[in-house]
Ligand binder design. Sequence first.
Ligand code: VG1
Ligand code: CO
Length: 543
Amino acid sequence: MTVLTIPTTPFDDQKPGTSGLRKQVSVFQGKHYLENFVQSIFDTQPELRGGTLVVGGDGRYYNRQAIQTILRMAAANGVASCLVGQGGILSTPATSCVIRKHATAGGIILSASHNPGGPNGDFGIKFNTANGGPAPEKVTEAIYARTREIEEYRILDSEDIDLDTLECFTLGDMHVEIIDPVADYAELMAEQFDFEAIRELIAGDFRMAFDAMHAVTGPYAKEIIENRLGAPAGTVMNGTPLEDFGGGHPDPNLVYAAELVAKTVGDDAVDFAAASDGDGDRNMILGRDIFVTPSDSLAILAANATAFPAYKDGIPGVARSMPTSQAADRVAEKLGIECFETPTGWKFFGNLLDAGRIAFCGEESFGTGSAHVREKDGLWAVLAWLNLLAVRREPVKDIVHAHWAEYGRNYYSRHDYEGVDKAGADTLMNELRGRLDELVGVELDGMRVAYADDFAYTDPIDGSVSHNQGIRIGFEDGSRIVLRLSGTGTVGATLRLYIEAYEAEPAKQQQDTQQALARLIGIAEQVAFIRRHTGREQPSVIT
Ligand code: VG1
Ligand code: CO
């Protein structure tokens, strides 16, 4: 088999966003597009030469073709061996687990996460480093810089390999092993949680549902929740990964997982329901008649960390992304542990986890995780809740209400304006940024602004600084409005408005979220002119 060196020219749009490079499938199918990006990874990550690389994806359309290309290029670039998920399947957290367990040099994950799939949907690729986590900014910047000057790529002239049989192959000089995508991950989960207690809970009259949304977690959830924990067959809904996710939007929120949400209300409601996203790193937690916001979920899990065998001695600290509600901060304060506020994106938690400064971290965008891997982990969060329910033996709703009574409630909501005009969204942010100084001390609808800034973060471990991470407007009573533009979309721009208000008084903790936040939502419009700049009367998704 010969190594071909193919001349190419740079693309100008291969800058990774919040979580890797995401584009429409048709863009990735363009000549040299995938190859340029992959070669840029190999060119900037010398430890892959002679090392082991993990490769897998969420099973979406183009996953298999991309894997074949990546394997041929890995062989041509001197990678010694590749571990590939059977059928091309590996969830994002499972990839992180495999990288860490087998001490590999890194991994390539093919996913556009919660974005729709299929020939007309999105595709994505991201590189994870040897710690199992998403490449930090200095690595993604080096890869991007390389894509701007690339002149050639290397690829083996070879046939496709069989991705479906658990076997070993050689491809040129490279060893390829097709691995069971679930085994290592399931074993790790069994170490983290009290499976015996969860089995007992499930064997009783407890009823639950899990929606895999036709995405990657189906096989993981069936093995863990049905086979190992004994939930009845059918507990896992939409459990077969499909290339187009059954035409759905594999985003576990109240809008896109409506079928699951419906199971949590009414006379026949289940006690617990959960869902995860395209690549298995997000989670949604529901109880009978209650949706647990991801921000509350992080705070509640942190407050109950000692219920989990892996953290029975407590946790050193927690971290949350900046727009995530401050509920976790209150728990950290009470526990006397460290609390960090990082920019949006899991890559910012990596250093803190590696340094042992934090054990739990989360994002408002349905992301929760711990030090067991270096990615957010949807099924981990589901199992954590099951473990907690097995210990507490109370309804989800009671656990949440008791938490609010003790720590106060952070009313929280995110309003997304998806696919709006990019120029309008940029103008909105730029104009607001220009007015931040004048806002401080001003009273808006009876609420005084305590601070208004453009969030910047200095990593406490390596000192790297990230600017322009979102606009924060904080009020004297602790309420906040945050605005930022999405870094994962592929068409136009998506404006995210995050709204948070704190309520200490238990008697006032049972209001409707949108009503409780109505005044702040009005203030956001008053300062940012969202309607004028986006041309939208309403957000497209409210969570
Ligand atoms: C969104 C979320 C962010 C998350 C990212 C990747 O990014 O807001 O919290 O880390 O998606 O999640 P953005 O830039 O669109 O707001 V996933 O499940 O797509 O890997
Ligand atoms: Co995801």
